[in-house]
Design a protein around this ligand. Structure first.
Ligand code: AMP
Length: 535
């Protein structure tokens, strides 16, 4: 079933159920389907047809959701892009995807201007109603070489596009997601209607969504977690409560005011929520289902989440932009950080992490290997956009090579060890950042930690820890802190002596992607010159 039909079915099945909340605006499924058909007609009037790309530089708002569904209704391909990156990166993705229309809000004005050469029609989305869209469009048009720009609300003047999805094959492309590009330029990941819907269904099932589920829409809609939260909610006639900007206090307000039942967030956002000063006065009793993805949660954070939410299910979802769900673990309280078993649509293997290894080069039981996922998955992509080099690297003999390292425990459960590219080779030994981070995170006064290998004459790479300390511990001085952390590592039975950090640095915060991944690459680049507090 294509996603236009999926919306139509929901609108007929539960027309009055709440679909989207954004501040004071509320839309039920009947209303959402009508607006989507209206915006689809407006896009068609701008020349957008089936298979054409429409780029969005928008936060999580009602209009973003409407434009998303309008594209599905029209059979156009939605290309949601991050407004957090530089304007030139957005322009690169717009040109790469071949998008002809760019819809943007205030925060994306400069990004949209940078796309004047690539796209020829622009849509200004004012966040204060029709007047502000007109104003934003006028400001865009006042720039040099500006292309035509319509205020968002004018798209609705064209009537409704009727019946468009009825003939659309679900193998056609629904969306391009751009990978955050932890290495090199971003890669376009085209995903079909069928793969997207399968991802939404599996999320709804794995995370125990109920009919009419209410979920917090704060993971960005340009990221696979945000889009599938929208889809999973739609599949059960549920409601996506938009939060355009992350802040824990407003999230707590939305949770209690909107009776949110499920939270699916990056670990960093859970960290902010459960340490928020506003928590004491907040009513979070409606939350039943907790899920996280993007990075492993520490045991301490899992415990705190259990104390705060007492969830019925607490899920670790391991997946990616390319194949939405690889594996799921359903009881994080029992095994914090464990990635569990293959998800309903997945088949996984662990193979030798060597250049040229194929799907049959499986590792011995208990050994660490590269995680690969069978491309027969209903949720799998079929290859990158315009990137035969990336296809050649990642797609081999019907399997997707994830670039992640993992191992199975005695019960057959998967544990993620880290990215192959993050592995440190120090004194000829392999050290995985996560195993060192796990130990350091347990030391008193440590708020957050990232471990990377930095160039070192003696070791080749020196295991280096970037540690964010609590104010109290930081006050005692960095040398004392480094000595205490070293003593803590030496006393930890689980960590071999040679794996402990040789250097420490104490920044105020760590660089992170929107899905909460620590950007170790940035730390490696910024601190390529050996320095810090050697031990
Ligand atoms: P993205 O395409 O941005 O969703 O990133 C996918 C990558 O994030 C995976 O290949 C993993 O490296 C990492 N990842 C996703 N989910 C998890 C998880 N639950 N635990 C550990 N790493 C994860």
């Amino acid at each position: 079933m294509n996603l236009g039909l999926s919306l139509l079915y929901a609108a007929e099945r539960t027309p009055d159920a709440g679909a989207v909340v954004d501040g004071d605006s509320r839309l039920d499924y009947r209303g959402l389907q009508r607006v989507a058909a209206g915006v689809a007609a407006g896009l068609a009037a701008l020349g957008v047809g089936r298979g054409d790309r429409v780029a969005l530089v928008l936060k999580n708002r009602r209009q973003t959701v409407e434009l998303y569904w309008a594209c599905q209704w029209l059979g156009a391909v939605v290309v949601p892009l991050s407004w957090r990156v530089a304007a030139a990166d957005v322009a690169y993705c717009v040109a790469d995807s071949g998008a002809t229309v760019v819809a943007f809000e205030e925060v994306g004005l400069e990004h949209a201007r940078a796309c004047s050469d690539a796209a020829d029609r622009f849509v200004a989305v004012g966040t204060g109603g029709a007047g502000s869209s007109v104003d934003l469009a006028a400001r865009f048009c006042a720039g040099d070489d500006a292309q035509p720009c319509e205020p968002y609300e004018s798209l609705l003047a064209a009537g409704e596009a009727v019946g468009a999805p009825l003939g659309l094959d679900d193998r056609e492309t629904s969306i391009f997601l751009y990978t955050s590009g932890t290495t090199g330029r971003p890669k376009g990941v085209p995903r079909s209607h069928a793969a997207e819907r399968a991802g939404g269904v599996s999320q709804a099932l794995h995370q125990s969504y109920r009919p009419g589920e209410r979920t917090l829409g704060v993971m960005p809609l340009y990221h696979t977690m945000g889009i599938h939260t929208l889809l999973a909610a739609q599949i059960v006639g549920g409601c996506f409560v938009c939060q355009p900007d992350w802040d824990a206090a407003s999230a707590l307000d939305l949770i209690s005011a909107e009776r949110i039942g499920s939270l699916y967030l990056a670990p960093t956002l859970f960290h902010d929520l459960v340490h928020s000063p506003g928590l004491a006065g907040a009513d979070v009793s409606s939350v039943r289902s907790l899920a996280y993805a993007g990075a492993a949660m520490t045991g301490a954070l899992v415990e705190r989440c259990v104390e705060v939410f007492a969830p019925e299910v607490f899920i670790n979802h391991y997946g990616s932009t390319e194949v939405y769900t690889y594996s799921v673990h359903f009881d994080q309280q029992a095994a914090p950080g464990c990635a569990g078993r293959p998800a309903i649509n997945a088949r996984l293997r662990l193979v030798r992490p060597e250049v040229g290894a194929g799907p049959d080069d499986e590792v011995e039981p208990g050994e660490t290997g590269e995680i690969i996922c069978h491309l027969g998955s209903d949720e799998a992509f079929a290859g990158y956009w315009n990137r035969p080099d990336a296809d050649a690297k990642a797609l081999r003999d019907g399997w997707y090579f994830t670039g992640d390292l993992g191992r199975l425990d005695g019960d057959g459960n998967l544990w993620i060890v880290g990215r192959i590219d993050d592995m440190i080779i120090s004194g000829g030994e392999n050290v995985h950042p996560l195993e060192v981070e796990d130990v350091l995170e347990r030391a008193p006064g440590v708020r957050e930690v990232a471990v990377v290998g930095l160039p070192d004459d003696r070791w080749g790479q020196a295991v280096t820890a970037f540690v964010v300390l609590d104010d109290e511990v930081a006050g005692a001085g960095t040398e004392a802190a480094a000595a205490r952390l070293d003593a803590h590592c030496l006393a930890s039975a689980g960590l071999a002596r040679f794996k402990r950090p040789r250097r420490y640095r104490f920044p105020d915060s760590l660089p992170k992607s929107p899905s909460g991944k620590i950007l170790r690459r940035l730390l490696r680049e910024e601190f390529a010159e050996p320095s810090g507090s050697p031990l």
